[in-house]
Design a protein. Structure first.
Length: 228
């Protein structure tokens, strides 16, 4: 650019003061301004291209990391899905156990009620019957505790399933976002490269016009010298 500016100033000095070359001087200045502007535009676009390239490289690293994590995630997801299936089976089993426990407790309540009636009727309880009542009450408490434990297991498993499904969804969303951002940057870079090519062609055309004009000036200068 400095060399270009120096050449311009040298040619301009040769044209100053010669009225016969005024039209050439104006045209030369106009072309030089256009070339300078085009040169600056090309530099600006190339700088933006470099920035976008860096962004793409950075995103590519992220994508590679995401793909690696994706592979790990696929394994984890498969494992989680197996665990979830297993958990749901356990939930179903827990429901069955809970239902059976409720039925047994209900049946035990009936038996205890019958024995209590016998006591109320004054029949009294034999040692064996009293022992049976105590056993039935203990069994009722044990089953009630087991049922409560199963209810808690079901709640915990549902919470784990929800948490794991949320993790899977979050990771998939992250990968999609990175891929989308990379695609958008590539599209932007493609557009900028088209602009750079156009600006470069414009610069080359202007440089050729200046060269042609300089050649015309040389010829004109020779003509002027010959006339003198």
């Amino acid at each position: 650019t400095e060399a270009l500016e120096q050449d311009f100033q040298e040619v301009l000095q040769e044209l100053v003061g010669d009225q016969s070359l005024e039209r050439f001087r104006q045209e030369y200045e106009k072309l030089h301004r256009a070339l300078k502007k085009s040169n600056e535009g090309e530099k600006r676009l190339l700088k933006k291209c470099r920035e976008l390239n860096s962004e793409i490289v950075s995103n590519a690293v992220k994508v590679q990391t995401a793909l690696r994590l994706s592979q790990e995630d696929q394994d984890t997801i498969a494992s989680l899905k197996r665990e979830i299936e297993k958990a749901w089976k356990m939930v179903d089993q827990s429901h069955d156990k809970e239902s059976r426990a409720k039925e047994t407790i209900s049946s035990l309540k009936g038996e205890i009620a019958n024995l209590s009636k016998l006591v109320e009727q004054g029949a009294g309880l034999s040692v064996g019957q009293e022992q049976q009542v105590n056993e039935l009450l203990a069994e009722k408490e044990r089953l009630a505790a087991e049922r409560d434990a199963q209810v808690e297991i079901i709640a915990n498993m549902r919470a784990q399933i929800a948490e794991r499904l949320a993790t899977i969804k979050e990771r998939e969303a992250e990968r999609s976002a990175i891929s989308r951002a990379t695609s958008e940057t590539k599209m932007e870079l493609k557009g900028l490269r088209t602009d750079v090519d156009r600006e470069t062609r414009k610069k080359e055309r202007l440089a050729k016009e200046i060269k042609d004009l300089e050649h015309s000036l040389q010829l004109k200068g020779q003509e002027v010298k010959e006339r003198r």
